[in-house]
Design a protein around this ligand. Structure first.
Ligand code: ADP
Length: 483
């Protein structure tokens, strides 16, 4: 099968979050299963600056975008064996950040989507069977494909699958402006089409007009049909539930490998974690100025500092938690409110708390390797990577049972010893505290069970292979349905 991923991000070229990680790994994993997966994305300034000499120019054209006629260049390059196409336009993508001002982003990604469709087939020398679309930045593609191409006999065999990584950002703007950018007939610009609450909504379009919709964990695929998680699209997702499927993300198990990770004080495996994790803990305590004690439980959080991550629950029970014999390390950046709150927490408890308000990937790895418990009490979590990385490094996650956290962390069962972490169900700070206390009890009083849990966590399979196979099954289902 020929599959073209359409994305605004791809590691290592451009990343602002989980989407970049997924597109950096999934197409490669799909290729390893014998399918011809490729990627198309914008040619951002940072890619031009870093990879300019490797980019191969393919062609240029002038594309219509409402009243504008815009230059669109097509370049290509191979990344890790994956062919990647780039849409070039300096006015839209020659900037230092991936995303700019919201209103301009609507125009930038309208241009991008139309340019991608113009480039299919001869220009790219690639006519995909499947367009694999991602988030609002490519949500209009199935509508544009139908209205501008299939209706006129072009690309009639191309089918669409749409993956929701973040339901919160939907791509919404005034009707007149979108009409101008997209040039769609009235029947598409209606409540039965792309309109939602009086305005066009790119994410609604992606959901409604694609053959299948996926999101990044099975539990989140169910949750988003409810009011609390649905971001206003829950009714649509319920009505379309026959086509909504959850496929769990993986992590890059080669990069996140405590046996080979060069940033650690000491490498370790599932057989040597007892000495390995202690050495890392002592080194981290020295690095960040906490008392060097290998027996004290080290609790960690590595996260964007935003309300989604359940930080209010942690702040609510922070004093009670810190009254225990523990050390708490927080690495994150984000909302000023939380940055200040964690800064204050360290100020009040300098002997037990370190709040590092920064983004530092290497420090993050050292923390994953050193921590005994990794806290992730999220309000919602489409998939979550932090808990998987933590388990891979043998730090046991304490999570709220939501989205991908529920699907990846098996809660400890003290009767049969099964599990890979600890969990609680309600958005309730003391439930969270009790889950941590349960974990601390096992840590202190049942070292054999604790070590067994670490072994089980480190042995979990978070590779992309399983997810890639699931996506391939979905592509096959889609193609069999239209034959
Ligand atoms: P989200 O995509 O919602 O931010 P995930 O858990 O899916 O949450 O992914 C977060 C990723 O970003 C993880 O790899 C985590 O280690 C990393 N990360 C988050 N904050 C920081 C930080 N301040 N420094 C280094 N890495 C971070």
């Amino acid at each position: 099968m020929k599959i073209l991923f359409v994305s605004s991000e791809m590691v290592p070229l451009a990343k602002s979050g989980g989407l970049g990680d997924v597109i950096g790994a999934l197409p490669k994993a799909v290729r390893e299963e014998g399918q011809d997966a490729r990627v198309v994305m914008p040619l951002y300034k940072q890619i031009k600056d870093r990879y300019g000499d490797q980019l191969k120019f393919m062609r240029w054209s002038m594309n219509k975008l409402g009243w504008r006629t815009m230059y669109s260049g097509l370049f290509s390059m191979e990344i890790d064996g994956v062919p990647v196409y780039f849409i070039d336009n300096e006015y839209y993508f020659g900037h230092d950040s991936l995303y700019l001002d919201y209103a301009f982003d609507i125009e930038r990604f309208s241009f991008f989507q139309r340019a991608v469709l113009e480039a299919l087939g001869d220009p790219m020398q690639f006519e995909p069977d499947i367009l694999h679309l991602n988030d609002w930045q490519s949500g209009m593609i199935p509508v544009l494909l139908e209205a501008h191409y299939k209706a006129h006999g072009y690309h009639t065999n191309v089918q669409c699958i749409y993956t929701i990584h973040n339901l919160k950002f939907q791509g919404i703007h005034g009707k007149e402006r979108i009409q101008d950018l997209m040039e769609l007939q009235d029947r598409y610009m209606s409540d039965d089409g792309v309109m939602k609450d009086g305005v066009p909504n790119f994410m609604k379009a992606g959901i409604l007009y694609s053959n299948r919709v996926t999101t990044v964990s099975p539990t989140y695929a169910e949750e988003i049909k409810q009011d609390y998680y649905g971001e206003g699209l829950n009714d649509l997702l319920s009505a379309q539930s026959w086509k909504v499927v959850g496929v769990l993300n993986g992590i890059d198990v080669d990069s996140y490998n405590p046996e080979t990770d060069q940033t650690l004080a000491k490498n370790y495996s599932v057989r040597t974690f007892q000495t390995g994790k202690k050495a890392n803990k002592l080194a981290l305590q020295e690095e960040i100025g906490l008392e060097q004690r290998e027996d004290v439980p080290l609790l960690a959080m590595i996260t964007r500092l935003t309300s989604q991550k359940g930080l209010d629950l942690l702040l609510h029970i922070a004093d009670e938690l810190i009254s225990q014999d523990i050390q708490l390390v927080i690495l994150g950046t984000g909302d000023e409110f939380y940055e200040n709150a964690f800064h204050d927490l360290e100020w009040y408890h300098p002997d037990k708390v370190r709040s590092m308000i920064m983004f530092d990937e290497e420090l993050a790895r050292r923390i994953y390797a050193s921590a005994d418990l990794f806290l992730m009490p999220s309000m919602f979590e489409p998939c979550g990577l932090g808990q998987m990385i933590a388990m891979r490094y043998g730090s046991l996650p304490v999570v709220r049972e939501t989205g991908g956290l529920k699907d990846t962390v098996v809660p400890y069962n003290k009767f049969d010893g099964s599990g890979t972490g600890f969990s609680f169900s309600n958005i309730n700070a003391h439930e969270f505290l009790f889950a941590i206390k349960d974990a601390l009890e096992v840590y202190h009083d049942y070292p054999d069970s604790w070590n067994q849990l670490i072994r089980q966590a480190m042995s979990s399979d978070f590779s992309w292979e399983r997810s890639a196979k699931r996506y391939i099954e979905l592509y096959e289902v889609i193609l069999s349905e239209v034959q």
